[in-house]
Design a protein around this ligand. Structure first.
Ligand code: DAL
Ligand code: ZN
Length: 272
């Protein structure tokens, strides 16, 4: 399941490898993101009141209520992301994580010699190209976790949450609930730097040669960062987690009917 070959055997591994959750982001104190939501909640409350009055009085609204944003981010009292998640209506999600289907085994290809890590065929092919080219440039990309089943994610979310005594929304900042991980799709991969294993699954991966190279070159292989800082889903920054968007199926998987709009844009778009 992962490069250490034992994501399913967490007792034998250091914690950060278990669930792509760095120690550093597990238990951050509540930050300003909480207060970021307050004006929006007031706005929604205000809009609700206005709509109610409009319905009663038979007023016609120039902006239909259906266009109002659906706030479905991780619990605002617990999120540590600078921008709370705001998903458009129709984006099926739990605590900011979007629903994904598990890739069929027949669609998966190994990306490691021992076959312990797999991606969908197109993603596997491009990942291997990318890794080879990085190596030529002196950069060692190490795959840490690729495709994960819903059952594996079930363990990562619930069992680790219980072990750490985390509450649900806190857990969801760093781990997707089963059925809601990009890793189910076979398009997502966690990448480390072979010369800096201590940064595996840590925000400090951002300071490695591998991340620097990926930032400049990953798009050539159709990989993109899934959870940049301030991502609209409200998930913690994950510089190690990349997804393939290089064919129609992967593009539809990540973008169709899942338009994500940062709060700032929503606020601007609601300005007359
Ligand atoms: N860490 C990412 C969000 C996942 O669990 O899929
Ligand atoms: Zn990941």
């Amino acid at each position: 399941l992962n490069n250490a070959g034992s994501e399913g055997q967490p007792a034998n591994l250091p914690e950060p490898i278990i669930d792509d959750i760095p120690e550093a982001v597990r238990d951050k104190p509540v930050t300003e993101s909480r207060s970021l939501l307050k004006p929006q909640m007031l706005l929604i409350g205000g809009l609700g009141g206005f709509v109610a009055i409009a319905v009663v009085t038979g007023l016609f609204l120039s902006r239909p209520q259906a266009e109002a944003p659906v706030v479905s981010s991780p619990d605002s009292s617990a999120t540590s992301s600078p921008i709370a998640g705001t998903l458009t209506p129709g984006a099926e999600n739990i605590l900011g994580h979007l629903v994904y289907e598990e890739a069929p085994a027949s669609e998966l290809k190994p990306i490691t010699n021992d076959g312990s890590l797999q991606l969908r065929k197109a993603a596997a092919q491009q990942y291997k190209r990318m890794s080879t080219d990085a190596r030529r440039a002196g950069v060692i990309l190490v795959p840490i976790s690729g495709f994960r089943t819903v059952a594996q994610q079930q363990h990562l979310f619930f069992d680790i949450k219980a072990q750490r005594g985390q509450d649900t929304s806190k857990r969801a900042e760093v781990s997707a609930p089963p059925g809601y991980s990009e890793h189910h799709t076979g398009y997502a991969i966690d990448i480390g730097d072979g010369r800096s294993p201590a940064t595996n699954l840590s925000p400090r991966f951002e300071q490695t040669a591998a991340f620097n190279w990926l930032e400049k070159n990953a798009a050539r292989y159709s990989f993109e960062l899934s959870f940049p800082e301030g991502n609209p889903q409200g998930i913690s920054y994950e510089p190690w987690h990349w997804r393939f968007v290089g064919d129609r199926h992967s593009l539809e998987t990540f973008y169709k009917a899942k338009n994500l709009t940062p709060e700032a844009e929503l606020e601007n778009s609601s300005t007359p």
